[in-house]
Design a protein around this ligand. Structure first.
Ligand code: BG6
Length: 483
């Protein structure tokens, strides 16, 4: 699939929402400042509240003042960016207002990109409204922000509703982890280097760990989070995408079809998780970064059965990964904010140093995605000395700090890349329908088994690494989480 035609207009649903203020407007501004979007690209925001273009520009200016890094704030550019912004109020639940929206947009023959970040129940009505007002032709593409449903059935319903008006090639499903620089780098590490790929299978690898831990709690998203839980908020999308990129076969090139074909093959090869290979947790009170914090019940204001932590042992049933466990864990209010992939290699087949007292550890590759960006390979080395009392071997890190190696390169937030790809029509980093459905199928089975067991989430102290059962999950295989 090749890149499409660059759009001349961007229509932003949910334009006054949290995502727009924190991420989308700052990203669009950065693209504007760097001259990466067409000079005449018009950005039309829409949301429920009635307001004028000028009032929307004020909201955008305030958001940029709050969320842009200082070195990005250029008064002249900020003023020029505001000139691109327009606003049209809309009640998306009825088709009535869509004609006025289309009128405000004007001629869309130059191409239109739509970014839909609305409550899931508005997806269907919004698509209807867009069709009604003629905003769905070939020159239109649509970006969909999560949550796209809460299980396979509801996600298929949304996908069907969108498919009634847009072809799959026009639909850009967003998983913002795919826009992260270091996630891109995972592909470079695997497929631009000779040394890893020959070992990247069950002959060379003992197990893989993927951790996405956060220190934040509910962040004011009470209703949404409590209806969703960690499994659907983080594992269904971000963690499974990380797993797919870590474990997929090499695609022939970076073409959207080639990459997504490999990911979906991998996702379909995931074995349903056994009941004793998963742990749900919910945070109690504790301390995070030295500050006392309340429990999930305190934050929510009521007792709940929603999990804020999940740990799973996943298996990929294909030739490459037979017998290699993938341990996944994610949670809120954990010890530290960390996203990383740890590849634990096998030990060498024979220790030639044994008789001289040399002990060996297996190599381990740590790919830290955030907050720091680095790739660290633990290799064995001999301690310097004459070794009269035996050989001492020690693990030494071979460090590649991406932050230092590319110190001059600007770090872009995921939405800069994703918005640019949407406007330019490059679907490689967006999730195809069959991927989403494979993800939901696996997640639904996990939820079904939770429902059958009826077990409550296990408590863990805020500021810890999760419930002790998550430690037991790996320790009984003789594996310790990388902490
Ligand atoms: C979102 C989840 O998709 O990802 C949030 O809804 C989570 O709960 C966030 O905090 C994490 O993203 P990042 O980029 O901060 O790791």
């Amino acid at each position: 699939m090749t890149k499409g035609k660059t759009s001349a207009a961007l229509l932003l649903f949910g334009a006054t929402g949290d995502l727009a203020r924190r991420k989308l407007l700052p990203s669009l501004y950065a693209l504007h400042e760097d001259g990466l979007i067409p000079a005449d690209l018009k950005i039309l925001g829409t949301a429920r509240s009635a307001m004028s273009d000028a009032e929307f520009r004020d909201i955008a200016r305030a958001a940029l003042a709050e969320f842009l890094p200082e070195d990005r704030k250029n008064e002249k550019q900020l003023a020029a960016f505001a000139e691109r912004l327009f606003y049209q109020p809309l009640d998306a639940s009825s088709v009535d207002g869509f004609d006025a929206l289309a009128e405000k947009l004007g001629d869309i023959s130059g191409g239109l990109s739509i970014f839909l970040s609305t409550a899931p129940f508005l997806f269907g009505p919004t698509i209807k409204g867009l069709s009604h007002a003629g905003l769905t032709g070939e020159q239109v593409r649509i970006g969909l922000e999560k949550p796209l449903g809460h299980d396979l059935a509801s996600s298929s319903e949304i996908n069907d509703a969108v498919a009634a008006a847009f072809s799959e090639a026009q639909i850009f499903r967003i998983d913002h982890y795919l826009g992260k620089e270091t996630v891109q780098n995972l592909m470079a590490l695997r497929f631009a280097n000779m040394m890893f790929e020959p070992l990247w299978n069950s002959n060379g690898i003992e197990h893989v760990e993927i951790t996405v831990s956060e220190t934040v709690g509910l962040e004011g998203r009470h209703g949404f989070y409590n209806d969703t839980g960690a499994l659907r908020d983080m594992v269904q999308n971000h963690m499974l995408q990380l797993l797919a990129l870590t474990a997929m076969e090499p695609p022939a090139d970076l073409d959207a079809t080639a990459v997504r074909d490999e990911k979906v093959k991998l996702l379909r090869a995931l074995r349903p998780v056994a009941g004793d290979e998963m742990v749900r947790g919910q945070y109690g009170s504790g301390a995070v970064n030295g500050e006392a914090v309340g429990s999930y019940t305190d934050d929510l204001g009521e007792a709940s059965e929603t999990e804020t932590f999940v740990a799973l042992k996943a298996h990929v049933d294909n030739w490459r990964w037979q017998g290699v466990p993938f341990y996944l864990r994610t949670g809120k209010r954990m010890h530290e904010r960390r996203s990383e992939i740890v590849i634990q290699f096998k030990c060498v087949p024979h220790n030639i140093f044994a008789e001289r007292g040399g002990k060996l550890s297996a190599n381990r590759l740590v790919i830290r995605l955030q907050p720091e960006e680095y790739v660290r390979l633990q290799v064995m080395a001999k301690e310097p000395g004459l070794d009269r009392d035996g050989v001492t071997l020690r693990e030494v890190p071979l460090d590649l700090s991406l932050t230092q190696a590319f110190a001059k390169a600007r770090r872009r937030i995921a939405y800069e890349r994703l918005l640019l790809d949407l406007i330019d029509g490059d679907p490689t980093l967006f999730v195809r329908r069959d991927e989403v459905e494979a993800q939901w199928r696996w997640i639904d089975a996990i939820r079904e088994s939770w429902r059958e067991s009826g077990a409550s989430p296990k408590p863990y102290g805020a500021g810890s690494w999760g419930p002790s059962a998550a430690i037991a999950l790996t320790e009984r295989d003789g594996v310790s989480w990388n902490e």
